[in-house]
Design a protein around this ligand. Structure first.
Ligand code: SF4
Length: 310
């Protein structure tokens, strides 16, 4: 389907404005990467400005080269850099300087590191919380090849939301994801986070890769089965001709139907679903909205989270 014109609902707005420039400058000053920029995310302007609530930015830890090669992803494979031991503190500094209320930390996969980079991830969470414990931290982690110790290291650092993406339905895991990733492995990681901590858990699905509706429904059900609270659904877009073709441009009405199914039938805390939605799309605003919808203040939610209440 590559080369076919994108439908009107996939038109992108270039980011602009004072806030955008400020954030960009702060990141460059500290030589930091964001997925927002690396992935050329269509929502960058909206997320960084955070008009109705906490601004959101997604920091990419551990360099911009990955040990894996997923066929939907534009990140470079191989040639990973040495970890920058100043990065955790630099990220925390940038977060305070920019004045973000909600931060997403993600990373490439680092199968080349003994702990998969989990200690570096955990230290970054601690650095941010040490400066301001009211900042909400979402971590979007690799699968650490399913290592429970690595996942536990992250959970012990005290994030507010633990995310790991399932990306697509079971039948399409290969060729969409690298062969080292897997459907059951991802469910296990999310289940561990749900069972071993009271953090909110989250995942993300791309549509338009050739999945059938019953497979999407089955995936959402499997995710609820392991206790996942939050799910996002967005349109797969082909980064280059060397990546997987787009099988279908899914209509916004179909995304809306999946949002209703996820929230009203399967009882996810919230579901962000739309052609332009990405895993961290307005993550801060939507998370806070969902808590308030549940008539819970962040503090109440946290206390509830910590007290293991429901
Ligand atoms: S593991 Fe993540 S960063 Fe690496 S290629 Fe796959 S999706 Fe991209």
């Amino acid at each position: 389907m590559s080369g076919r014109a994108k439908p009107g609902w996939l038109k992108m707005r270039p980011p602009s404005g004072r806030r955008f420039t400020e954030i960009k400058q702060s990141l460059r000053d500290r030589d930091l990467h964001t997925v927002c920029e690396e992935a050329n995310c269509p929502n960058l302007g909206e997320c960084w400005s955070g008009r109705e609530g906490p601004g959101t930015a997604t920091f990419m830890l551990m360099g911009d080269r990955c040990s894996r090669g997923c066929n939907f992803c534009d990140v470079q494979t191989g040639g990973m850099e040495q970890l920058d031991s100043d990065e955790p503190a630099n990220v925390a500094e940038a977060v305070s300087e920019i004045g973000l209320d909600y931060v997403v930390l993600t990373s490439v996969d680092r199968d080349d590191l003994a702990d998969g980079g989990s200690a570096h991830f955990a230290e970054t969470i601690r650095e941010i919380k040490a400066r301001d414990s009211s900042i909400l931290v979402e971590v979007l982690t690799p699968d650490f090849q399913g290592s429970p110790d690595a996942v536990r290291r992250i959970l012990d650092a005290g994030p507010d939301v633990f995310a790991h993406n399932i990306e697509t339905v079971e039948r399409l895991q290969w060729p969409v994801r690298d062969r080292r990733a897997g459907y059951e492995q991802t469910l296990d990681v999310l289940q561990q986070a749900n069972e071993e901590s009271n953090v909110y858990t989250k995942t993300s699905l791309m549509l338009g890769l050739g999945e059938y509706h019953h497979e999407v429904y089955q995936t959402l059900s499997d995710l609820r089965e392991v206790g996942v609270d939050i799910v996002t659904l967005g349109q797969y877009l082909q980064p280059s001709r060397t990546h997987l073709d787009v099988f279908e441009y899914v209509h916004p009405d179909v995304f809306e139907t999946w949002r209703e199914v996820a929230e009203e039938e399967l009882d996810f805390l919230y579901c962000a679903s739309g052609p332009m939605v990405r895993s961290s799309y307005k993550a801060g605003e939507l998370f806070v909205d969902a808590l308030l919808r549940e008539e819970r203040s962040i503090e109440q939610a946290r206390n509830l989270v910590r007290a293991g209440g429901d």
